[in-house]
Design a protein around this ligand. Structure first.
Ligand SMILES: [Zn+2]
Length: 304
């Protein structure tokens, strides 16, 4: 009698409980992504089927980011890795190459045709990686994320498709908003001066002349000559405002402001833009669409 009880109890634990726990918690796809703007999209398209760990939080500069030991462990345990590519995450390319042999490693910029890419001014033979600021190019990256999820998990393709379609429509709406707000500025007011050259795609798409103190990577340090050159430019063109970026130290931009003031022109810091990193999670700027909306509002309100 006792034996039977033990046997049936152990059968219960071995057979029924594991099944129950599997049913209660469907397996999620483990994903590691690099920048906040990619992480946001993967979470939205993946929904309940993915568990996403974003490596780069608010204020983190992807050009200089080096993977920590714990990052490498997380990357190795992932099923899919999403990164920007075009050498944005310059210090991580070797790791991605290694991981590529074992798991699905996806550069979201893969689908963007080369003729839409801007050449890097500072790095010959490379392209400018800041493609998320041309919203139509970023749609191709959203599609790349959608297609990769469908390839990995075809069972839920309908859901990925539906969520991607809804999101692509939201991007179109935000694109229209950015275009409309840009038109509030006269053509000669549309000059965007920032800490580094992150906004060239934005400038091309929405008709802004774009000038960065540092080049397209923050690796190249701005020197005194760059500060003087930019101060001359701002004074000559009588530009009202320049902008700091959440992922780049402010001190260089402050040096430019001082240099402009010594030339008897008063330029103000128009606010903080989110260039290579999102804002805090849970805030408007903590999402991709919130980031680009915040940027255009800050730019237009300061330059008007
Ligand atoms: Zn950048």
């Amino acid at each position: 009698m006792k034996k039977t009880l033990i046997l049936s109890l152990s059968l219960f634990f071995f057979m029924v409980l594991p099944l129950a726990s599997v049913e209660a918690q469907p397996k999620k796809i483990k994903i590691v992504s690099t920048t906040g703007q990619i992480t946001d999209i993967v979470r939205i398209i993946g929904g309940d089927h993915v568990l996403v760990h974003g490596l780069m939080g608010p204020g983190v500069d992807p050009h200089l980011y080096k993977a920590s030991e714990s990052d490498v462990r997380k990357l190795a345990n992932a099923q899919i890795i999403f990164y920007n590519g075009l050498n944005l995450e310059a210090k991580m390319s070797v790791i991605f190459q290694k991981m590529h042999r074992k798991l699905m490693v996806v550069a979201v910029s893969d689908k963007v045709p080369v003729n839409f890419l801007l050449d890097s001014v500072d790095y010959k033979g490379h392209y400018d990686p800041h493609i998320w600021f041309d919203l139509h190019l970023w749609k191709l990256c959203v599609e790349k994320i959608r297609d990769s999820l469908i390839e990995y998990d075809a069972d839920h393709s309908d859901e990925y498709e539906k969520r991607a379609n809804d999101y692509l429509k939201e991007i179109d709406k935000t694109h229209d908003y950015i275009s409309k707000r840009s038109q509030e500025l006269e053509e000669n007011q549309r000059v965007l001066v920032t800490a580094h050259d992150a906004f060239r795609y934005f400038g091309r798409k929405y008709g802004f002349e774009v000038v960065g103190l540092q080049g397209i990577s923050t690796e190249s340090q701005a020197g005194a000559a760059d500060v003087m050159r930019l101060a001359d430019f701002i004074t000559k063109r009588k530009i009202k405002a320049l902008f700091v970026e959440s992922s780049v130290p402010e001190r260089n931009i402050k040096a430019v402001v001082e240099a402009v003031r010594s030339r008897n022109w008063d330029v103000k810091i128009g606010g903080e833009l989110f260039s290579d990193a999102l804002g805090d999670r849970g805030t408007v700027e903590g999402t991709y669409l919130g980031m680009v909306t915040h940027n255009i509002d800050t730019i237009v309100d300061s330059l008007k």
